[in-house]
Design a protein around this ligand. Structure first.
Ligand code: GLA
Ligand code: GLA
Length: 701
């Protein structure tokens, strides 16, 4: 259901005209004297760089005062890059307003929920809804587009930068006006809004649109639907700004594709990128690895979701880091092998370009300790040698440009509404972490060697999947509830968890016992939630039918479950806790159809690794890797008509033999009888696919 727009990917071309994977970085030449620019181009060529993002933070240099322009230096850089055969993903340069603008127009500065002004001094200090900001920014966009429309180096437009990174929630008067307009469009009448927001509660009934405000600092819990709508509105406001820039770009350079860098990574939750995907010609993402034991599971999860957002078309990795960043608590450098491994894991999941922040490590400014392709040490460094080697690797992978990820048989649904609503205040627990629960399931699948697609809940055809996992699908509008029912009746196997199906799109409870929207399908009824105190756990006894070896432990949540429907098996019961002896994991198997499983507690990645084989078995889904993989290797497959490209990614620090895996080695260890991955190594094997196998998703029913 993704727009055809997301296929206009700006491939670089090799000397013979064939596609190349993109390779490059954000390039900030304004931080360096003129003589460095030529050295930059020389080193870029040495590394195999074929695309850079330029002028992202250049507004103050391009428009030094409100009525003067200085494009000379950028003309020169564009010319040098073109002469070096390097394409430019040219920024519209609107990301960071210059001091003259914020001095003349302080009314563009965002305001926090507590009424404080977000002052200039860093970047992105602008209100997405400010008409004054918009008129100045769009004037710059028009200047840029007009000046560079026919420049031969221009291959794509880069709107602003990471929209919403620092300014997603603005509570200013501009935001209040725009929020009211957005609400008028959503609800048409005040009666409809009063109903949706449940304003009979706490005397919140509105009699005039002008009385409505963003959820600014309040004495107690602000109205939950007002909060949820403000999150939806804030995502829409930024998307609206993106569309305002693109309208000008489309008018002046209709042939040049437009993108903006999304931030599908943990910690960023304000923008509903599934809803933004149609607004760009190709999806771009920025991802920075987290630290900790599951950091590469998280990387894989986000890359996988980015592919889902892009409708499984090729997408563009716009930024990641060659080594340490500067903004974590402690900024660990990457270990040997990780630079290439992380990049190739994105490629495995459909990235046809690999770019970094940034090309040359800054000597001054807030990001001078952030790694880059050319470090402070210069070209005579291990890091630059690794960068050059990655360039060679990506050249070797040129044949897979344009291939797409082979559909998995298992899907994990991801839903921004559920993420936003399930973590709001005044809930049974404040410890629920939507992203972590989804990642737990993904980690378990990785360990089992089962491939999965992480896909947006509302934009994905479920039918082709054998198993659909819907962790904490909290907001369930009737349409999606019906779709899930049809899916199971059509033979699909649905797995869902605690706090799913509890509210509708207005955040109103589905009444009559939880989970209201899924009660009939699951054949259970929950009278009361039993969240657990921080650190508390409950024991679970699996039934032999569950195929689980040993006991399971739950945390965070329990439910008081009654079985109410036919054909419901109890796969595990609580052994301890308030609900001891009651069902904890249930599965309804509809004869000759599919099944619907409910997991009422947080089992974590370990528990789910034990439980999942039994849940996947009825669908005939099992791990695909040899036992020797030991849970450390991830397999992802990309394919075009006749070829399968099998990525084998060693997430671990030990050598892993992979007997039985064969194919032409495009990247990886030298040919041997048994493929052996070194620590953190990636192999890419080319296999010839049978024409039958090249068809779209397969299911075994
Ligand atoms: C973001 C920004 C970049 C840079 C990096 C640092 O991704 O887009 O400008 O600040 O973070 O990690
Ligand atoms: C107070 C208030 C009630 C209600 C309860 C909830 O007692 O007076 O209106 O909010 O707290 O615990």
């Amino acid at each position: 259901m993704t727009s055809p727009r997301t296929s206009r990917f700006p491939y670089a071309k090799g000397p013979d005209g064939s596609r190349r994977l993109g390779y490059g970085a954000d390039y900030n030449p304004e931080q360096w004297p003129r003589e460095v620019w030529e050295e930059d181009v020389r080193l870029m060529r040495e590394a195999g760089v074929n695309i850079v993002s330029l002028a992202i933070f250049s507004w103050a240099r391009l428009q030094p005062t409100s009525d003067s322009w200085d494009f000379g230096w950028l003309d020169e850089v564009m010319g040098l890059l073109h002469a070096g055969g390097i394409g430019v993903d040219l920024a519209t340069a609107t990301a960071s307003p210059p001091p003259w603008l914020t001095t003349e127009h302080p009314e563009i500065l965002p305001v926090t929920a507590t009424g404080e002004t977000v002052w200039p001094g860093a970047r992105q200090h602008w209100r997405p809804t400010s008409p004054v900001f918009r008129s100045h920014a769009l004037r710059l966009v028009r200047e840029m587009a007009t000046r560079y429309a026919d420049h031969p180096a221009l291959v794509a437009w880069h709107v602003s930068n990471e929209l919403g990174c620092h300014n997603v929630y603005d509570y200013s008067d501009d935001a209040a006006d725009a929020f009211r307009d957005w609400l008028r469009r959503r609800y048409t009448t005040l009666d409809a809004l009063n109903h949706a927001w449940g304003t009979n509660f706490w005397s919140q009934h509105y009699s005039d649109w002008e009385q409505i405000l963003p959820p600014r600092l309040a004495g107690s819990h602000p109205n939950p639907t007002q909060q949820l709508d403000f999150k939806r509105f804030s995502s829409d406001a930024l998307k609206g700004y993106l569309l305002a820039e693109r309208e000008i770009l489309d008018e002046i350079t209709p042939g040049t594709p437009v993108t903006t860098n999304f931030m599908v990574m943990s910690g960023i939750k304000g923008m509903d990128y599934a809803d933004w995907a149609d607004s760009v010609d190709f999806v771009s993402n920025d991802h920075y690895a987290t630290t900790g034991p599951r950091s590469r599971d998280e990387l894989s999860f986000c890359a996988n979701l980015t592919s889902g957002i892009a409708g499984h078309r090729p997408w563009f990795l716009m930024e990641h880091s060659t080594s340490a960043v500067n903004w974590q608590h402690i900024n660990l450098p990457k270990r040997p092998g990780e630079l290439a491994r992380d990049s190739l894991l994105h490629v495995a999941h459909g990235a046809d370009a690999v770019c970094f922040f940034q090309w040359r490590q800054s000597a001054a400014g807030a990001e001078k300790y952030h790694s880059a392709m050319v470090p402070h040490a210069g070209e005579d460094s291990q890091l630059f040698r690794d960068v050059v080697e990655l360039g060679r690797t990506l050249e070797a992978l040129a044949p897979l440009g344009g291939s797409v990820r082979e559909p998995a048989r298992v899907a994990i649904l991801f839903d921004w509404d559920s993420w936003w609503a399930s973590e709001q205040d005044s809930h049974p627990t404040s410890l629920l972490d939507y992203h972590r629960e989804a990642l737990d399931w993904y980690s378990a699948l990785l360990r089992l060697g089962v491939r999965a697609d992480v896909v947006p809940a509302h934009r994905t055809e479920l039918g082709p999947y054998d198993v659909v996992i819907a962790p904490v699908l909290h907001v369930l509008p009737q349409t999606l509830a019906k779709e899930l029912t049809r899916y199971v009746e059509g033979g699909g196997h649905l797995v869902t968890t605690y706090f799913s199906g509890v509210v509708d799109e207005n955040d109103h409870i589905w009444l009559g016992g939880y989970p209201g929207a899924l009660r009939a399908l699951l054949g259970i009824r929950v009278e009361e939630f039993g969240p657990l105190a921080d650190g508390d756990t409950v024991g679970l006894d699996p039934d032999p039918a569950a195929g689980v070896d040993g006991a399971l432990t739950g945390s965070l949540w329990t439910d008081r479950i009654d079985v109410t429907g036919p054909d419901v098996e109890i796969l595990a019961r609580y052994r301890t806790g308030t609900y001891a002896a009651r069902p904890a994991v249930t599965r309804r198997r509809i004869p000759d159809r599919g099944s619907a499983t409910y997991v009422s507690t947080r089992l974590g990645a370990d528990g789910l690794t034990a439980l999942l084989p039994g849940l996947l078995a009825p669908a005939g889904v099992a791990g695909e890797l040899p036992e020797e993989a030991g849970g450390a290797v991830e397999q992802v497959v990309r394919r075009d008509g006749g070829n399968r490209y099998v990525f084998l990614v060693n997430h671990g620090d030990a050598e892993v033999p992979l007997p039985g895996l064969t194919g032409e080695v495009l990247v990886g260890p030298p040919a041997a009888e048994t493929l052996v991955l070194r620590p953190r190594e990636v192999a890419v094997l080319r296999q010839t696919a049978s024409p039958d196998a090249a068809t779209q998703p397969h299911r075994t029913r």
